[in-house]
Write a protein that binds this ligand. Structure first.
Ligand code: NOJ
Length: 757
């Protein structure tokens, strides 16, 4: 141990620097600084560290009673505000920081948080799109750019990643996460956290990540926003929590809880998930932030009798910092004085907040995020990154008779208003994106293919709705622009048709009961196809869509999602073969909305279909008016290369506890085009003390193969891969036979088996 001098607070830098022991290890050093600072704080100042104020009237939720500007400033000066959200200019952030650092007694710097979900100004593909890359480095690179831009404008805390598992396409926020599978979502969560936080939180362009929404929010009943969630402990522990656990293991600084009632307890007040799991079992040492107004909503839920009770319930359950609603500010002091809340718990919460501020380096330099550091927002390099990541996020769903890639000298009729939109590709949850700043599909095609490109709007959508209330009227049916579109289709060699959703049809508060194509889109598709059967559909959407007609009748389909700032160029790169697609679906696509929630890793039931004879009867698990399977299964996606799987084998028929197995498969690129394939490995525990899903993803690898190349690809499986939570207390693998499936999607797989002893 050696002695060093440090200043516990910035204000005291000028005043009374203290002597302290610096333990050898940086973590202990931070802890010592946290303790030292804590020992100087009054109870009022401690409670102040648990308040986050809203800085603007941004549309991020219902606006609760708000302090006026003067009152807010007084609170900051008295050390009563720990963090702010939605302060949107670097100037405002730096002014507020100066107030906290230079005018409050201890000068504790504030955090400035914002919803940075898939980019700040340079927009990356929506997270569901990024997850389609099945490549955590895509997530990391996307958030590196977002972190660079957001921190350049003064922000220190990103309200992301959203790692809610989402089995239901009706839920509008499905666009914001990694889809339906816990293993894939966990890998993406790690990438997103690393991208935000960089190698070290104290770097100039690292931003603290806040994984959300803890937990279960994506299981809203019937996909209805904010609805109740009700699930078994097995689902919670095996499906919902793993991506959060992965985010925590990746060093995620903060966790945001959610709005949902989970099995009778709104999660904001759920001590089991916040204290027992997150903080105790996983050892999370950052802070938990409530969601916007979720603490007072404990009263609305019918969980707490009144506002003081709501604040107390949230705090006792482990919600350390309150977003905006100020119940901690109003009631915690009295509750500590009356003995209802212990000061030890307050200290624990404050420590968590201070720890992150120290790790961010805010005590060394509270203005670090205010200093210009030469990052150019929307620079060429950032836009290039957006283009590359968008190409990797797209999924080729159909390519009949090698319709794609297109010839650049063909005459191309581009049809559909979405193709012209420079705004929709920016997606929802778009932070500070500049409206209409995306490269439209039409622009992308024109740049790539030149003069023989014509456009017809075809159907109408009202673009760019930012309002709270989604206008359900998609198009004005009296203004059908079909005539022009049909003429164009007739004289074109090939039609590229943009179909899908407006960006404000998805996102928070945008749940839908119908996930088919809205308005006249389908009608126009059929009218166009009747005069030109060579139709390439580019889907632009934020959720899985029920598009069986398109699947059946389009010549080719490219799922582009809402692909961000460079959408048009990235789509054109794929359409003309300058990039070979390799994306795979992170969600199942339904034939019909009524199949939702739809997910590949379901249970088998006692009456699955086992042969064609069963199909003639009605007494098996199915619908009598729609297929039982997905339209496109989880993991599905084509390439311009043709990949063949063969020679699946395991190096032993028995896996002994503590040992591992090697699973090998041969992948061959049986085509003339180099390409990348995501090889997926699933397991199944066919029977046991608890029933298990029909398949569970346990590993994947993206492999690049040159034309004609073949490679043996190897995976390792260990006991831990077989283990699952039987209950809150028990996580283990059950001895017996396990099936192994390997393939290019969750449906078409090779199969083998081994026994675990
Ligand atoms: C409510 C949303 O649920 C959450 O994800 C977001 O971070 C906050 N509002 C702040 O905007």
């Amino acid at each position: 141990m050696r002695k060093t001098v440090f200043c516990a607070t910035t204000a005291l830098v000028i005043g009374s620097c203290q002597q302290a022991e610096q333990p050898s290890d940086a973590k202990d050093f931070t802890e010592a600084r946290v303790d030292s600072l804590l020992s100087q704080m009054t109870l009022e100042e401690k409670v102040g560290q648990l308040n986050m104020y809203n800085g603007t009237w941004d549309f991020t939720g219902p606006v609760p009673e708000q302090a006026d500007a003067q009152e807010r400033e007084d609170q900051i000066r008295s050390g009563g505000v720990s963090a702010m959200l939605n302060v949107l200019t670097p100037e405002a952030i730096c002014a507020a920081q100066r107030m906290a650092v230079e005018q409050s007694r201890l000068g504790i710097p504030m955090l400035f948080g914002y919803d940075v979900i898939h980019g700040y100004k340079t927009m990356m593909p929506i997270p569901l799109g990024q997850a389609s890359s099945w490549d955590p480095t895509v997530a990391e690179r996307a958030n590196r750019v977002a972190a660079a831009e957001a921190t350049s404008e003064g922000l220190s805390l990103a309200f992301g990643p959203m790692v809610d598992i989402t089995p239901d396409a009706r839920w509008g926020r499905i666009m914001e996460g990694a889809g339906e599978d816990p293993f894939l979502a966990a890998r993406m969560a790690e990438g997103w956290v690393k991208g935000f936080q960089g190698a070290d939180l104290s770097e100039r362009h690292s931003i603290a990540a806040c994984a959300k929404h803890f937990a279960g929010y994506g299981f809203a009943e019937a996909g209805k926003e904010y609805n109740t969630t009700d699930m078994s402990d097995q689902t919670l522990l095996n499906v919902v929590l793993p991506p959060f656990h992965a985010a925590v293991d990746a060093g995620c600084a903060a966790i945001m809880n959610g709005f949902n009632d989970l099995n009778g307890v709104p999660v904001t007040a759920d001590a089991y998930i916040q204290r027992t799991q997150l903080k105790e079992a996983w050892g999370f040492d950052g802070f938990v932030l409530s969601d916007f107004n979720s603490v007072p909503e404990l009263v609305t839920h019918g969980y707490s009798a009144d506002m003081p009770e709501a604040g107390k319930a949230a705090f006792l359950a482990g919600s350390d910092m309150e977003m905006e609603s100020r119940l901690y500010e109003r009631h915690l002091l009295d509750q500590v004085r009356s003995g209802e809340v212990s000061e030890e718990l307050i200290d624990d919460a404050v420590r968590r907040v201070l720890r992150i501020k120290f790790r961010l380096g805010l005590f060394e330099n509270p203005y670090k995020y205010c200093e210009a550091e030469g990052i150019e927002i929307m620079s060429e390099a950032h836009l290039q990154e957006a283009r590359d990541l968008a190409r990797q996020s797209m999924v080729l769903l159909k390519n009949e008779a090698a319709t794609l890639p297109l010839q650049k000298d063909a005459s191309i009729g581009v049809i559909g208003r979405l193709a012209q939109s420079k705004d929709v590709p920016l997606g929802n949850w778009r932070a500070q994106a500049v409206e209409n700043s995306a490269v439209s599909l039409l622009e992308g095609i024109r740049v790539a293919a030149g003069s023989k490109v014509e456009f017809a709007e075809g159907y109408r959508i009202s673009a760019g709705r930012r309002s709270f209330i989604f206008d359900m009227e998609w198009a004005d049916p009296s203004e059908k622009g079909f005539g022009e579109a049909i003429q164009l289709a007739r004289r074109s060699d090939v039609v590229v048709m943009a179909l899908g959703e407006d960006c404000y049809q998805t996102g928070e508060g945008r749940s839908q009961t119908d996930v088919g194509l809205k308005g006249d889109q389908l009608e126009l598709f059929h009218a166009v196809r009747a005069v030109n059967p060579n139709v390439v559909v580019v889907l632009m959407n934020g959720r899985p869509l029920a598009v069986p007609d398109i699947q059946q009748h389009a010549s080719a389909i490219l799922e582009s999602w809402h692909a961000g700032s460079q959408a048009g160029h990235a789509i054109a790169d794929i359409l003309f073969g300058d990039h070979n697609p390799s994306g795979k679906l992170p969600v199942s696509f339904p034939h019909r909305t009524g199949q939702e929630p739809l997910y590949y890793n379901h249970k088998k039931t006692g009456r699955p279909v086992t042969n064609d004879f069963d199909k003639g009867l009605v007494f098996w698990a199915h619908y009598s008016d729609a297929p039982v399977e997905a339209l496109y299964p989880f993991g599905y996606g084509l390439s311009y290369s043709r990949f063949i799987y063969s020679e699946l084998e395991i190096n032993d028929s028995i896996l002994r506890s503590g040992d591992d197995l090697e699973v090998r498969v041969r992948l061959t690129n049986d085509s003339k085009v180099a390409g990348e394939e995501v090889i997926q490995l699933y397991i199944r525990d066919p029977y046991g003390s608890l029933t298990r899903p029909v398949k569970e993803l346990k590993a994947f690898q993206k492999i690049h193969l040159e034309a004609g190349e073949s490679q043996l690809v190897s995976f390792r499986l260990s006991e831990e891969d077989l283990a699952y939570h039987w209950s809150r207390e028990r996580f283990e693998a059950e001895p017996g036979r396990f099936e192994v499936y390997v393939g290019g999607n969750s449906r078409e797989v090779l199969q083998t088996a081994f026994t675990f002893r």
